[in-house]
Design a protein around this ligand. Structure first.
Ligand code: RB5
Length: 146
């Protein structure tokens, strides 16, 4: 199950991503916003998706705001969350292989629907490489307590 969340800046792009997931029969839970372009606060939707992942209800998430920056920053405040802002398929592939990212963030005012759907496919279909060095580095992120 994929958790979806967006603000008004990501709403239109999220509708395209949802249609793409529907076409592939990929199950998702949409945590909103449900109010189209009406202004909302992106941390509220990042937090809903983070909770769904940390509780085990959802395995991965997709977050979209205007740039993808604010909503990924909000998500990355939580231990166990690795949100990656991706603007191309290479980034989506590498963040799965090297960072075991569990949230894909994108910018609704940055990329178009065709690219967003390809990035989504790459993110969802690329496994973590499991290399020792990648595990060690991710563990250092998780252990950070400064
Ligand atoms: C909303 O206007 C915008 O600030 C938000 O969608 C996002 O781009 C923040 O990082």
């Amino acid at each position: 199950m994929i958790a979806l969340g967006c603000d008004h800046g990501g709403y239109a792009l999220m509708q395209e991503v949802k249609q793409h997931l529907d076409e592939q029969k990929i199950a998702y839970k949409d945590f909103g916003t449900y109010n189209g372009e009406e202004s909302v606060d992106y941390p509220d939707f990042a937090h809903k998706v983070v909770k769904a992942i940390l509780s085990g209800e959802c395995e991965k998430g997709i977050l979209i705001c205007g740039t993808g920056i604010g909503i990924s920053m909000a998500a990355n405040r939580f231990k166990g969350i690795r949100a990656a802002l991706c603007t191309d398929c290479y980034m989506a592939q590498k963040t799965r292989e090297h960072n075991d990212a569990n949230i894909l963030a994108m910018g609704g005012r940055v990329i178009g629907g065709g690219l967003a759907c390809q990035i989504t496919d790459t993110f969802l279909n690329t496994p973590f490489s499991e290399g020792e060095r990648h595990k060690r580095r991710i563990q250092k992120i998780e252990d950070t307590d400064i």
